[in-house]
Design a protein around this ligand. Structure first.
Ligand SMILES: [Fe+2]
Length: 235
């Protein structure tokens, strides 16, 4: 089982504060049945240079790789980034380096506002001109801001992946949206978006149970197969 969205690397963003929190998040992930982790620290282009970010991410990953007992169950941890949208993001030179290690999969976090045509064009540019794959982070969190659904509809007609936070399947306000979204046939991937062991833990299992129960195990298997394919494609 792959967790496609985590803030498990220590001391780099508002996720894990230190290696002790990372150890606890790893314990939680193991208990959830996770076998592969994508580490996706926040990248804000207006706050930090790409060079600095990549250097910090490398240092932070080294700390995790230095663990032995806590990671012996883990098949693999790979780096990526949760890149926060900015105008003309598609033209940023650094994008390939922010993709999942060894691949061209980019995790893009969109703004929590009404999406615009410019945003649509940026995503389209990343897909068509940069030839990268796009995984939009926690898609269930943007919907309420889309009073005008035309851009939203156009975005999800693009060939992209839509990541959903597992915790949203346990949240009243988000569950029915997330289930409907999967049912509509979108290319969904799951992530915990874990930040810390207490308030935003590694929690894939409970959400997966909701999907299995409401939509059937075959749907869950389809999501897992999609994730495996993406992961293994990059190897
Ligand atoms: Fe996140």
């Amino acid at each position: 089982m792959i967790d496609f969205h985590t803030h498990i690397l220590p001391g780099i963003d508002d996720g894990s504060r230190d290696i002790d929190q990372t150890k606890e998040l790893l314990r939680q992930a193991h208990a959830q049945g996770v076998t592969r982790i994508l580490a996706t620290p926040h990248f804000y282009a207006d706050r930090v240079s790409a060079g600095h970010f990549l250097e910090k991410r490398k240092e932070s990953l080294l700390k995790v790789c230095g663990l032995s007992e806590e990671t012996e169950w883990l098949q693999e941890i790979r780096t990526a980034a949760e890149v926060y949208y900015f105008p003309n993001v598609g033209k940023a030179d650094v994008l390939p380096e922010l993709c999942m290690e060894g691949s061209n999969l980019l995790l893009l976090e969109m703004p929590f506002v009404q999406w615009t045509k410019g945003m649509y064009r940026d995503i389209e540019y990343i897909l068509e001109r940069r030839k990268l794959k796009v995984m939009l982070a926690h898609v269930e969190r943007y919907y309420e801001f889309q009073k005008d659904k035309s851009i939203w509809n156009a975005v999800f007609e693009l060939p992209l992946y839509a990541q959903i936070n597992a915790g949203s399947f346990q949240r009243r306000g988000k569950r029915s949206f997330a289930l409907k979204f999967i049912k509509a046939g979108h290319q969904v991937l799951l992530g915990s978006d874990c930040h810390n062991p207490e308030i935003r833990p590694s929690n894939l299992q409970a959400g997966r149970e909701v999907i299995g129960k409401k939509l059937g195990e075959a749907v869950l298997e389809e999501i897992d197969a999609r994730g495996r394919l993406l992961w293994e494609d990059a190897e």
